[in-house]
Design a protein around this ligand. Structure first.
Ligand code: GAR
Length: 197
């Protein structure tokens, strides 16, 4: 597909959970000349993101641990759909080397904290916000970064902060973080794609 003579970039979203970011990205790229979401890849067959993909008319591919780590299935599924970029939107498995190499600088993750703080294995979703509140942090935020083979350690593309007050609990922090994610993530993906065109 072309738009203004530029190739439309094809994006695959990888998600494991509710998929509010996935839905937001899908909608954003419906009105973007830069790219569109071609497929949602999901490692949990009952994840709500699958419902969202279906409602948006986006193909979804469900895979298991063996497919991801022991075979070339995912690479083939991406290749056959000519996917240019991978966006991790609440995807909780470490990405294997074959994918990281194939999509060097073209896998983008969002993390719900200000990396390098509160990153690493087990630090996802509400676990992050609970740790932030337990430590009495005065701020938290989001980090959008490139993905390598070590959890949450690739080059940072963008960060945004929000205040954490003594009145906050992990749920109110989660809400603030989701708002930041909604505001920034799709646009930052688009800008990163444009910067490599
Ligand atoms: C998001 O807050 C995202 O930052 C986080 O999971 C949530 C998914 O929400 N990702 C991680 O914790 C990755 N380590 P969603 O499914 O509603 O988009």
């Amino acid at each position: 597909m072309t738009h203004n003579n530029l190739k439309m970039t094809k994006i695959a979203i990888f998600a494991s959970g509710s998929g509010s970011n996935a839905e937001n990205i899908i909608n954003y790229f419906k009105n973007s000349g830069t790219g569109h979401v071609s497929a949602v890849f999901c490692n949990k067959k009952d994840a709500y993101v699958l419902e969202r993909a279906k409602n948006s008319g986006i193909e979804s591919i469900v895979f298991d641990r063996n497919d991801f780590y022991e075979t070339n299935k995912i690479v083939k599924d991406l290749e056959s759909r000519n996917i240019d970029y991978i966006v991790l939107a609440g995807f909780l498995w470490l990405v294997p080397e074959n994918l990281v190499k194939k999509y060097e600088n073209r896998i983008i993750n969002i993390h719900p904290a200000l990396l390098p703080s509160y990153g690493g294995k087990g630090m996802y979703g509400d676990n992050v916000h609970k740790a932030v509140v337990a430590n009495g942090e005065k701020k938290s935020g989001i980090t959008i970064h490139l993905v390598n083979t070590i959890y949450d350690s690739g080059d940072i593309i963008f960060q945004a902060e929000t205040e954490v007050t003594p009145e906050d609990d992990y749920k109110s922090v989660a809400k603030k973080i989701h708002e930041l994610e909604g505001e920034h993530f799709p646009r930052v993906i688009e800008e990163h794609i444009k910067s490599l065109q």
